[in-house]
Design a protein around this ligand. Structure first.
Ligand SMILES: [Zn+2]
Length: 421
């Protein structure tokens, strides 16, 4: 019986908030988390958690239904009409959907017990994700939070197998038994797959929590666990490629894609921890560019272009009067004014008025400032102290700092084995 032709999902927790390239490369971009799931609809609310379904999940559902109706169910319960296999497939897919919700809900309930905010549960092409705000407060809470998902899936699997056993006694139709068998099987598979110690799968989180508890070093623990995640990702990619070559295109492609996803998620999660440990508690004044070049509102546009834009090559400049920040101006605003009017138009007439969400205090936490950038979508913040502009915090500065830190961490890691006498 070819069960492996059924695509299956890895229910990974927590999407990376920070999206980057491969390890060794530099920090790339910080996207708002909601941007990852662009086409999702609200499915239901359970225990105060919102459950969303991303459009990509429909592809997973279609693949599962198709493989169940075409190959899995005809193998498990032969000699049924094709329409019955399709009904079984649809019922099993809906059961699978609720199995994933059950898995993620278990993570979410344990997370809430430990005071971790949950943004909601989203089902997407590789399974489901409980979006948690921030890192777990302790190794113990992370371990229990991670273990809750596979434990729930094993329990659910046992329930379906128990129902199947009762079904034998009660002589229920073969179609129902086949569906129950599949749901018991898929939940065991979901639990087992997620127990692989490959971060950020649940097993990888448990590994990280254990290492974290042992050495009291979250960064080191994350590095080891995500290295395991990366290796497992490579293994899946190789296995997937092998399946594709040997003619199992769909299952091969599936492994290949999950492998790619895992590698990306492992590296992103690690870099997120680097960002967190680096920036937490660091004041904005340490990262910002101090004393930025600012312009007066009385400056005419031709002088602005000639003396500032061509000279400093910045895209936009803060506008100040006596050091007090009142707005900002850039080439985008100038471009809207007819060139003939540049000598008669002043910066103050076209500048964008300053808003509170664009500013940050020099003593603020750099991690909080980064979160502010993510929330507002601004790639730079004005650093203001008592209404006076004292600096600019750009996303590029922060990323530069983080990639330097990451490179140092990685070179240290590479040097560690040889450094021992
Ligand atoms: Zn999980």
């Amino acid at each position: 019986m070819e069960k492996t032709s059924s695509p299956r999902a890895g229910a990974c927790d927590r999407w990376p908030r920070v999206v980057f390239r491969r390890p060794g490369s530099h920090f790339k971009a910080l996207g708002r988390r909601s941007a990852i799931f662009t086409h999702r609809v609200h499915l239901l609310s359970l225990f105060g958690f919102d459950v969303w379904i991303d459009a990509s999940w429909l592809l997973l559902a279609a693949l599962i239904s198709w493989s169940l109706a075409q190959s899995v169910f005809p193998g498990v319960v032969p000699h049924l009409p094709p329409a019955t296999y399709w009904w079984m497939a649809v019922a099993a897919t809906i059961g699978f959907l609720f199995s994933i919700i059950f898995h993620e809900m278990s993570h979410s309930l344990v997370a809430r017990h430990y005071g971790m905010p949950i943004r909601g549960i989203t089902l997407f092409i590789f399974g489901g994700v409980a979006e948690m705000g921030g890192e777990p407060p302790s190794a113990k809470s992370e371990f229990l939070m991670a273990a809750a998902g596979p434990a729930a899936s094993f329990v659910l699997s046992a329930v379906f197998f128990l129902l199947l056993w009762l079904g034998e006694a009660w002589r229920v139709p073969a179609a129902l038994k086949g569906t129950l068998w599949y749901l018991g099987f898929i939940n065991s598979l979901l639990a087992s797959f997620n127990l692989v110690p490959a971060f950020p799968l649940d097993g990888g989180r448990m590994l990280r929590a254990a290492l974290w508890q042992w050495r009291k070093d979250l960064l080191w623990a994350t590095r080891i666990a995500s290295r395991a995640g990366d290796l497992f990702g490579i293994l899946l990619i190789v296995l997937g490629a092998f399946s594709i070559i040997t003619g199992h295109f769909v299952s091969g492609m599936w492994r290949f894609l999950i492998g790619m996803f895992l590698r990306g998620a492992a590296s992103a999660s690690y870099q997120q921890v680097v960002a967190r440990t680096t920036l937490e508690g660091m004041p904005v004044s340490r990262v910002m560019t101090p004393q930025p070049i600012s312009v007066s509102p009385d400056l005419t546009l031709d002088s602005f272009i000639e003396d500032y834009v061509y000279r400093y090559h910045h895209r936009s400049f803060p506008v100040t009067t006596d050091g007090t920040l009142i707005g900002s101006v850039g080439t985008e605003q100038v471009a809207q004014i007819d060139r003939a009017d540049w000598t008669a138009t002043k910066v103050g007439q076209i500048m964008i008025r300053h808003e509170r969400e664009d500013q940050v205090a020099p003593g603020s936490d750099a991690l909080a400032a980064l979160a502010q950038m993510q929330r507002t979508g601004k790639s730079r913040l004005w650093v203001v102290e008592q209404n006076k502009l004292v600096g600019i915090l750009s996303l590029r500065d922060v990323m530069q700092l983080l990639s330097t830190k990451l490179q140092l961490e990685q070179s240290q890691h590479a040097a560690a084995p040889t450094a021992k006498p």
